[in-house]
Design a protein around this ligand. Structure first.
Ligand code: SAM
Length: 318
């Protein structure tokens, strides 16, 4: 996975609300660079005094930094963050210079740095996502754990669109269901389906890197016997129907295969879509309805929506 660093130069007062905005936008960790830190004496855990580099700190104000995975949603995510920070002014929060800088994080630097910011996250009443290098003890006996090494593919599992898809799967998947996961990325939605007792899961992605990452994560979670990973474009090579199709891809891409999804969902089955920015909600809903789906529910998280659509059981003429 490639990462972008987003750095916001702001005031002390705005640290907390901005950190919340960044967390809600999917950042797994936030770093505060406050020049006050430079004057504190520091001792590391081996007793050595270490010094911070003043060049890393602003002269005034603070930098709030977060790391966000570079994926097809990056532009929308950054726009959403900027807008949410500007909106803080309406609450009389001084956001200072509010200078926002985006930079790519060199992959080698990231290989050692990013693991600090990625920790177990409880993303629903049932599921906790646990990075492979963390020890985690389940809090309750019915908690389901997804172990993930996102590697280079999309999905630390904590993006709002992924979280909404998992929550929708929790509600819609029944034991023994067949599932098609379009745009599987790290394989997270297929793993969640397998843990929810679905039995025959097809994880599809166009990107070879995602296919490799999904295979590794599926093996890691001991669900290879239930999930097959295939490289391919949307649903073009699929012929077998399924009770549930889930797709977390941009709205523009979803709209390309709504009709194929309708053919492949069994009557009474469900099509879960996300990756839909609020502004595109109506367009996607209209496409789903035109194809024959009935909208069961629209879930929203920050700027994103997920739509749960049902294929009616009584569709005369088919
Ligand atoms: C936003 S990620 C979602 C990953 C994962 N399902 C999740 O929810 O975290 C979208 C994925 O769709 C894949 N994708 C994009 N266009 C596709 C296409 N035409 N056919 C199949 N997969 C595609 C991308 O490679 C990417 O892995």
């Amino acid at each position: 996975m490639n990462w972008s660093e987003i750095s916001i130069h702001t005031t002390n007062e705005a640290i907390e609300p901005i950190s919340n905005i960044l967390h809600e936008a999917g950042a797994s960790g936030v770093v505060i660079e406050d020049p006050k830190e430079l004057t504190k004496e520091r001792v590391d855990k081996f007793g050595e005094i270490y010094q911070l580099d003043p060049d890393d700190y602003p002269d005034t104000g603070v930098n709030v930094k977060a790391y966000i995975s570079v994926n097809s949603f990056l532009a929308e995510t950054v726009d959403g963050i900027k807008q949410a920070i500007t909106n803080l002014k309406a609450f009389d929060i001084d956001i200072g210079a509010n200078m926002v800088e985006i930079s790519e994080v060199n992959e080698e630097d990231w290989a050692t740095a990013w693991k600090k910011y990625y920790h177990p996250v409880k993303i629903s009443s049932t599921f906790t996502i646990v990075p492979t290098w963390e020890d985690y003890t389940p809090v309750s006996s019915d908690e389901l754990i997804i172990e993930l090494d996102p590697g280079m593919a999309f999905g630390t599992g904590t993006h709002p669109t992924t979280v909404m898809c998992i929550q929708a799967l929790e509600r819609m998947v029944k034991e023994g269901d067949r599932i098609i996961d379009v745009g599987t990325g790290s394989g997270v939605l297929s793993i969640a389906s397998a843990l929810l007792q679905a039995k025959d899961i097809r994880a599809l992605d166009l990107d070879e890197v995602a296919v490799t990452s999904a295979r590794e994560n599926i093996k890691l979670n001991n669900v290879s016997h239930k999930v097959s990973v295939q490289q391919g474009n949307l649903l073009t090579e699929q012929t077998e129907q399924a009770e549930v199709i889930v797709a977390n891809i941009l709205a523009e891409v979803i709209m390309l295969f709504v009709e194929d999804a309708y053919k492949l969902v069994l009557p009474g089955g469900t099509f879960i879509t996300s990756g839909i920015i609020q502004q595109k909600k109506k367009q996607v809903k209209d496409e789903l309805i035109t194809a024959g789906f009935v909208i069961e529910e629209v879930i929203a998280m920050e700027d994103w929506v997920a739509i749960i659509a049902k294929k009616p059981t009584d569709h005369a003429g088919e």
